[in-house]
Design a protein around this ligand. Structure first.
Ligand code: QAP
Ligand code: CO
Length: 182
């Protein structure tokens, strides 16, 4: 299996709005398989196609402890969001080593195609809800750092550019922390 290269903020390709998948064919399934492989290899809990420079509306998620609960969303559409908010310390494979608190609606309901091309509905709360919202943002060219102050965002952008120049971004010690910040 092939590990896909993950784009890093502030790469402008992370701003491209992804296109709808017309047909869940073998080509799309191959992309999904590679995305899951890449996400597990990189110790992520969610990955949007945008992050691997594929501008199609595809998301893979696994928030389970044993890493055996694959959720794949194709052309997800938000049906409803709750009014109450939840705060999580978010990270992102495209913003490696940086974590910030983000407030988002607590519960979400989406309609989406699954791996078999069937139209299903998913209701989520907690970490899964946050993760779905974070990943749908990616498909719309949005990142979690867009939810924090521009001062912090610009600082992070500068640091990543510097780390990449030094070649120390990937070797840097990163400790993802998905615990709730509340
Ligand atoms: C999005 O993020 C998310 O910095 C998924 O060095 C995160 O998988 C949604 C990761 C938190 C809700 C809460 C980040 C791995 C993975 C890093 C991720 C890193 C290694 C982030
Ligand atoms: Co992300």
């Amino acid at each position: 299996m092939n590990k896909l290269k993950v784009l890093h903020f502030p790469d402008s390709r992370l701003r491209i709005v992804a296109k709808k998948v017309e047909n869940v064919d073998q080509n799309i399934k191959d992309i999904i398989d590679q995305m899951f492989f890449t996400m597990y290899e990189e110790k992520g809990i969610g990955l949007a196609a945008t992050q691997v420079n594929i501008h199609k509306r595809i998301i893979v998620i696994d928030v389970s402890e044993k890493k055996d609960e694959r959720i794949c969303l194709i052309n997800p559409a938000i049906l409803s969001l709750s009014n109450d908010a939840d705060i999580y310390e978010e990270g992102c494979l495209s913003v490696p080593g940086f974590y910030e608190n983000v407030s988002r609606p607590k519960d979400i309901k989406v309609s989406t195609l699954n791996y078999n091309g069937e139209l299903i509905e998913i209701e989520a709360s907690g970490l899964l809800s946050t993760c779905i919202q974070h990943e749908i943002d990616h498909l719309n060219g949005k990142l979690f750092v867009d939810h924090i102050s521009s001062l912090k965002r610009n600082r992070i952008a500068k640091k990543i550019v510097k780390l990449k120049k030094e070649g120390t971004l990937t070797s840097r010690k990163n400790t993802p922390n998905y615990k709730s910040a509340t």
